[in-house]
Design a protein around this ligand. Sequence first.
Ligand code: E4P
Length: 218
Amino acid sequence: MKFFVDTADIDAIRDLADTGLLDGVTTNPSLIKKAGKDFIPLIKEICEVVSGPVSAEVAATDYATMSEEGKKLAGIAENVTVKVPLTPAGLKVCKELSDNGTMVNVTLCFSANQAILAAKAGAAFISPFVGRLDDIGYEGMALIEDIVAIYDNYPLWSTEVLVASIRHPQHILESARIGADVITCPPDVIKKLYGHPLTDNGLAAFVEDWKATGQSIL
Ligand code: E4P
């Protein structure tokens, strides 16, 4: 399972890249607004820190402008993944860019029907938003199960299921159980995976006992 971080905060990205466990980055216009930096240079900087896929989202909603934006974003770095919304225009751009060898992440997916269309359009990634579905009383993880099962029926489709809008570690655990390809989530949710009180207590005891032996390994 690949781990992407869902942020445009370059310090947080550097911090996570340093763990050696980070496989990619996703951004969206809201995260760019939060970062308060110029979009294109920021994506370039992120691509220099992380060698895996870095999603940069188009801003337009019409086909012609979106297509131009997509080509421009794809030119920033080899690992840029152009992110397009799940609309007829977005999927047209997805097909066009994918046919030309650009990775495309289709975002704002809320149904299995939409995920089928994205796979047909050659998307590298489909991003179903589990947290936003949970927020309105649907079962976000049920959608992931459905999409993974459907994609498994068609081995020639190469679209990876990228679980997005993750709110807590349970979403990651469930994604792993289902066999989703990728998760993307805020830095603090990834960090929560490390935590367990028995690890903290156990380590404190080992440190104390080792000190009492008076020995040194180095
Ligand atoms: C994914 O690519 C999206 O940027 C993101 O996961 C959306 O998450 P949110 O619902 O917490 O805004």
